[in-house]
Design a protein around this ligand. Structure first.
Ligand SMILES: Cc1cc2nc3c(=O)[nH]c(=O)nc-3n(C[C@H](O)[C@H](O)[C@H](O)COP(=O)(O)OP(=O)(O)OC[C@H]3O[C@@H](n4cnc5c(N)ncnc54)[C@H](O)[C@@H]3O)c2cc1C
Ligand SMILES: NC(=O)c1ccc[n+]([C@@H]2O[C@H](COP(=O)([O-])OP(=O)(O)OC[C@H]3O[C@@H](n4cnc5c(N)ncnc54)[C@H](O)[C@@H]3O)[C@@H](O)[C@H]2O)c1
Ligand code: SF4
Ligand code: FES
Length: 803
C-alpha cells in the first residue's frame, strides 16, 4: 500500500511527540516530512533554563538526534521555514522555495516571545528567551558585559535571571505587578519566593512599567513610566508568549488567539491539524508540556484512525526550576467568597501550604518550601475527589523526605511524572517486566522524566522500592542503554567469552529488551564487535548516520566532502582537482577546515559518489569516530626554530592510523619545537619536538571541554612514537566507553594507570599486534561506493521531494 504523505510544520517538543506516538501505533501508514526553522533536531526547550544555570549541556538537551529521524525514515528539513500553505491543492512551500505535498498536515509552530512594543526594543542586546540561539547569546554576552535586566517576573523571567547570575552577571528583575509569579502564587508565597531569590543575588524592581529601552546602537538601560532608569547591557524580555499563528491565519485557517481546534485537534480546514502552544482548544492556549503531550496522544490517534474520546482540556501544575526553591501551584490561587482555604504557614521553617476548596472539591493548590504533597493533592484536584471527609492533617502531611513508606502507600494510579502523565503503576511495570533499573532507562521505556525532570527523584525512589536489595548494585551500573541492563564492560566480556560475532547474536544471547535495539546500542555494539574481532564485517546500517553515509550531513540536509590532506600538506595537482570539482558541482562553500584540509560543502547525497570518483582522493573521515587529522607545523624542513621533521612524522602517523574505529573521534598534532604551532597540547595525541627527541602528550581537547594534554613520556626516535601511539590508541579502543573522548576517559581512569599499562613492554607489544590486525581490515570506503551500484542505490539515491 502506498504510504500517505504526512507533513509537519515545526520540529519542537509537542509536534515530535505526535510523531513518536504515531510510530508506536502504526509505522506503515505515513511517509513523514518535518520542517523546523531552527537548525537543530528536536531538543528539550525546558532544559534551556538548566543549560543557563550550568546544570546541563546543549548536547544533553537533544531528545531525538538526527539518527532517530534517519532510522525512522523521516525527512527532516532543519533551518527551513514554511512560508505558505495551499490548503486547496494540499501543499506547503518553504522559504527556499521547496514545495512538498501533503495528505495530512500538522501545524506545530509553538509560540514566540512577547517583545514589548516600545521604543528601543529593536536595539542590539535585546532578546527573548525561547531557543538555543537566545541561550548562546546570553552566555556570550556574559563574557563581555556585566549588567543584565530581565523584564517579567514570571516562571521564564526568574529562570533566566538565575541563569544570568550563574553566568556572573548582575541582574535586575523588572516586574509590572506587586507580586512575582502572580499567576501561580498568592501574596504570601510570592513574598517568600522574593526573599529567597534576593538572597540568591536577584535585585527586584517591582511595579515598574518599562516605557523605553535607551542606548545608541546597543541597549544601555531601561526607562520606566515613573521617570526612573536602570542600567543594562542586556535585556531579556520574559513578559509572556504569543502563539505563532501568522502562517495559519494567512493560509485561511481559523485563528482566534491560537489556531482553533476541536477535541480531535482538527482545525476548520480538512486534513489540517494543530497541536502544542500554537493551538487553541476550548478557548485555552497552553504553555506547559503536560497538556501538549496529552493533545499529542489524541492527535496521533486521530491520524491513525483511532478516534476515541478526544481531548477535553487540562488543569496544569507548575514548578519553578531554580535551585533551592521548592514550589508548586495548580488551579486557582486566590481566595474568593465562594471558596474556603486550608492554610499551613510555618514561618520558622519557611513552609507555606494552601489548598482552596469549593463545593467539597479542591480547586487550587499553592505549596512553597515543601512540595512533597503536590502529586497527591494534584491528583485529588484533577480527579475532582470529594474531600468532605478529609482532615487538615490528611490534606497537608509533614515535610519529611520521600521515603520507601511513601512509595508503598502511594496509590498505583498516582501520576508521578506530570509532564508525561506517567503513573507509579506504569513505572513499576517497566521495572518488573522490562528489567530496567535506572531513571534513564525508565524514561526510555515510559517517557517519564524526559521533560522538566522534576519527577526524577521520585522515579529513583520507586526503582529503589521495587528492586529492594538488588537496587544498590543495579543503580551503580551505567548500562549501554535502556535496551539492556548490562554495562559496557559486561557486554564486551560476554562478546569475548561467548564468541558472539553479530549484533543480532548479541541481542539474542544477552536477552536484549527490544527486537532491533536503538540508536544508542546499535552503533555501540557494532563498535564493540569490531574492537573484539579484528576480522569483523562492519554492519554499516548500525552506524551513526554520518558514518553510514561516509559524509557529514549539514543543517540543510546536504553533505560535505573532505578528502585527506595528510599532515595538512597538499599539491598543486590536488588543489586543481578540488577546484575543478567545486566548479563542476557548483558547491556552496569551499573552506579550509580546522584540521588543515579543504572541505567542499553543500552537495546533494546523489552527487557524492561522482564527486569522490572525480577527486580520486582518500576520504578524510571528517565524519567518523576515528582518526580525523594530524595537524603539523612546517618544522625543520622550513622553519628556523624547527628541531625535528614534524611534517614527515605527521604524515606517517596519519597514514598508519587512518580509518581506525575508535570510541570517539581522535585528533593528533605534531609540532617541531615547544612553540607548538600545531597546537599539539590540545590534541588526543600531541607530539612536540625537542633537541634530540620528542615529548608525547595525550588526552588534550580543544573543544567544549577544553583540556590541556598530559605528558605521557619523552622518547628519542620516531619508531618509539609509532609504538607508543599505537599502544595508546589500542588501549583507548579497548578500555574506554563508546562515545567517550580520550580526555574524559583519562580523567576517569587516571593518567598513572595508562602510564603503567604503556610502560609494560609486553603489553605494549600485544596492544600493537591487536591494533595492526584490526588496521588490516580497513579499505577506502568510497572505492566500494564508486564500484558497486547496489551501494549507490541503497545509500546515495537522489532525495525525492514529496510532491
Ligand atoms: C526556557 C524555557 C523553559 C521552559 N520550562 C518549562 C517547564 O519547566 N515545564 C513545562 O511544562 N514547560 C516549560 N516550557 C514551555 C515548553 O518548552 C513549551 O510548552 C513547549 O516547548 C512547546 O512545544 P511546541 O512544540 O508547541 O513549541 P516549540 O517547542 O516552540 O516548537 C515549535 C517549533 O516550530 C518551529 N516553527 C515555527 N514556525 C515554523 C515554520 N513556519 N516553519 C518551520 N518551523 C517553524 C519553531 O522554530 C520551533 O522550533 C519552557 C519554555 C522555555 C522557553
Ligand atoms: N518552570 C516552568 O514551568 C516554566 C519555565 C519557563 C517558562 N515556562 C512557560 O513559558 C511560557 C513563558 O513564560 P513567561 O514567564 O514569559 O510567561 P507568563 O505569562 O507566565 O509570565 C509573564 C510575567 O511577566 C509579567 N509582565 C508582563 N508584562 C510586563 C512588563 N511590561 N514588565 C514587567 N513584567 C511584565 C507578568 O506580570 C507575568 O508575571 C509560559 O507558558 C510558561 O508556562 C514554564
Ligand atoms: S612549532 Fe616550532 S618548528 Fe614548528 S613552525 Fe612553530 S616555531 Fe617552527
Ligand atoms: S514531571 Fe516533568 S519530566 Fe516528569
Amino acid at each position: 500500500m502506498k504510504k500517505k504523505q504526512l507533513v509537519m510544520i515545526g520540529n519542537g517538543m509537542a509536534g515530535v511527540r505526535v510523531i513518536e506516538e504515531i510510530l508506536k501505533m502504526d509505522r506503515e501508514q505515513y511517509k513523514i516530512t518535518i520542517f523546523g526553522n531552527e537548525p537543530h533536531p528536536n531538543y528539550n526547550r525546558i532544559q534551556l533554563s538548566n543549560v543557563l544555570q550550568g546544570n546541563t549541556t546543549f548536547e544533553e538537551t537533544i531528545i531525538n538526534d538526527l539518527q532517530w529521524y534517519e532510522s525512522n525514515e523521516i525527512q527532516l528539513f532543519t533551518g527551513e521555514e514554511v512560508t505558505q500553505i495551499n490548503t486547496d491543492e494540499q501543499y506547503v512551500i518553504s522559504d527556499i522555495g521547496r514545495q512538498v505535498s501533503y495528505d495530512e498536515l500538522i501545524l506545530a509552530t509553538g509560540s514566540l516571545p512577547f517583545i514589548l512594543p516600545i521604543p528601543g526594543a529593536d536595539k542590539k542586546g535585546v532578546i527573548g528567551f525561547r531557543d538555543i540561539k537566545d541561550c548562546v547569546e546570553m552566555i556570550q554576552t556574559s563574557k563581555k558585559y556585566k549588567k543584565a535586566a530581565v523584564i517579567g517576573g514570571g516562571l521564564l523571567g526568574l529562570e533566566a535571571a538565575k541563569g544570568l547570575i550563574h553566568l556572573g552577571m548582575k541582574v535586575d528583575v523588572v516586574h509590572l505587578m506587586e507580586h512575582l509569579m502572580e499567576r501561580q502564587l498568592d501574596a504570601v508565597a510570592s513574598n517568600m519566593l522574593k526573599a529567597e531569590l534576593e538572597t540568591q543575588g536577584m535585585n527586584f524592581l517591582m511595579e515598574k512599567a518599562t516605557v523605553e529601552l535607551i542606548g545608541t546602537d546597543r541597549v544601555e538601560g531601561i526607562r520606566f513610566k515613573d521617570g526612573t532608569e536602570a542600567k543594562a547591557d542586556l535585556i531579556v524580555m520574559a513578559a509572556g508568549i504569543k502563539p505563532n499563528v501568522k502562517l495559519a491565519s494567512e493560509s485561511g485557517i481559523y485563528v482566534n488567539r491560537g489556531i482553533v481546534v476541536n477535541d480531535f485537534m482538527e482545525t476548520n480546514v480538512p486534513h489540517v491539524y494543530a497541536v502544542g502552544e500554537c493551538a487553541e482548544h476550548r478557548e485555552v492556549v497552553y504553555g506547559l508540556v503536560a497538556p501538549l503531550y496529552e493533545q499529542g496522544k489524541v492527535l496521533a490517534k486521530t491520524l491513525c484512525g483511532q478516534k476515541e474520546n478526544g481531548y477535553k482540556g487540562s488543569i496544569t501544575g507548575t514548578q519553578l526550576k531554580v535551585s533551592d526553591i521548592d514550589l508548586f501551584s495548580a488551579g486557582e490561587i486566590y481566595d474568593d467568597p465562594t471558596s474556603k482555604s486550608i492554610v499551613v504557614h510555618n514561618e520558622y521553617e519557611g513552609i507555606y501550604k494552601k489548598v482552596l476548596i469549593r463545593n467539597d472539591r479542591i480547586v487550587g493548590i499553592v505549596l512553597y518550601g515543601d512540595t512533597k504533597d503536590s502529586n497527591r493533592l494534584y491528583r485529588m484536584l484533577t480527579e475532582k475527589q470529594d474531600v468532605s471527609e478529609s482532615t487538615t492533617i490528611s490534606f497537608l502531611q509533614s515535610g519529611e523526605a520521600v521515603e520507601s513508606n511513601d512509595i508503598a502507600s502511594m496509590p498505583n494510579d498516582e501520576v508521578v511524572c506530570g509532564c508525561n502523565g506517567i503513573s507509579k503503576e506504569t513505572i513499576v511495570q517497566a521495572i518488573k517486566e522490562e528489567g530496567v533499573s535506572t531513571v534513564e532507562q525508565v524514561g526510555g521505556c515510559t517517557n517519564a522524566g524526559r521533560s522538566c525532570g522534576r519527577c526524577k527523584p521520585v522515579i529513583q525512589e520507586i526503582i529503589a522500592y521495587t528492586l529492594g536489595d538488588e537496587f544498590t548494585h543495579a543503580a551503580e551500573k551505567k548500562t549501554v542503554c535502556g535496551c539492556t541492563s548490562l554495562s559496557r564492560d559486561e557486554v564486551v566480556a560476554e562478546i569475548q567469552v561467548k564468541g558472539l560475532t553479530t549484533i543480532k547474536e548479541v541481542m539474542n544471547v544477552l536477552e536484549w529488551k527490544t527486537d532491533e535495539g536503538c540508536s544508542k546500542c546499535r552503533p555501540a555494539l557494532n563498535y564493540f564487535l569490531g574492537m573484539v574481532h579484528p576480522a569483523y564485517v562492519d554492519d554499516r546500517d548500525s552506524r551513526l548516520v554520518n558514518e553510514k553515509m561516509h559524509a557529514n550531513i549539514q543543517k540543510d540536509g546536504t553533505y560535505s566532502v573532505i578528502p585527506r590532506m595528510y599532515g595538512g600538506v597538499t599539491t598543486a595537482k590536488d588543489l586543481r582537482k578540488l577546484a575543478d570539482v567545486a566548479e563542476k558541482y557548483d558547491v556552496q562553500l569551499l573552506k579550509i577546515t580546522g584540521g588543515q584540509r579543504i572541505g567542499l560543502y553543500g552537495l546533494e547525497k546523489d552527487q557524492l559518489p561522482a564527486v569522490w570518483e572525480e577527486l580520486g582522493m582518500p576520504s578524510g573521515y571528517a565524519y567518523g569516530k576515528t582518526l580525523r587529522t594530524v595537524k603539523t607545523c612546517v618544522g625543520a624542513q622550513f622553519c628556523r626554530f624547527g628541531t625535528q621533521d614534524s611534517m614527515s612524522l605527521g604524515i606517517e602517523l596519519e597514514k598508519r592510523f587512518e580509518r581506525l574505529d575508535t570510541p570517539h573521534k581522535v585528533k593528533m598534532g605534531v609540532s617541531a619545537c615547544p612553540r607548538n604551532c600545531a597546537e599539539a597540547g590540545i590534541k588526543d595525541v600531541g607530539i612536540v619536538g625537542l633537541d634530540g627527541g620528542w615529548e608525547i602528550y595525550v588526552a588534550g581537547n580543544g573543544g567544549t571541554d577544553l583540556r590541556a594534554g598530559d605528558l605521557l613520556c619523552k622518547v628519542k626516535t620516531e619508531e618509539e612514537i609509532y609504538e607508543i601511539t599505537g599502544a595508546f590508541l589500542q588501549y583507548y579502543r579497548e578500555a574506554a566507553l563508546y562515545l567517550e573522548r580520550t580526555s574524559t576517559w583519562i580523567e576517569r581512569v587516571g593518567l598513572d594507570h595508562v602510564k603503567d599499562v604503556l610502560a609494560n613492554e609486553k603489553k605494549r607489544k600485544e596492544l600493537n599486534e591487536r591494533l595492526n590486525a584490526t588496521l588490516a581490515r580497513y579499505e577506502e570506503p568510497w572505492a566500494r561506493a564508486i564500484e558497486e551500484p547496489a551501494i549507490r542505490e541503497a545509500y546515495y539515491r537522489k532525495r525525492e521531494l514529496v510532491k
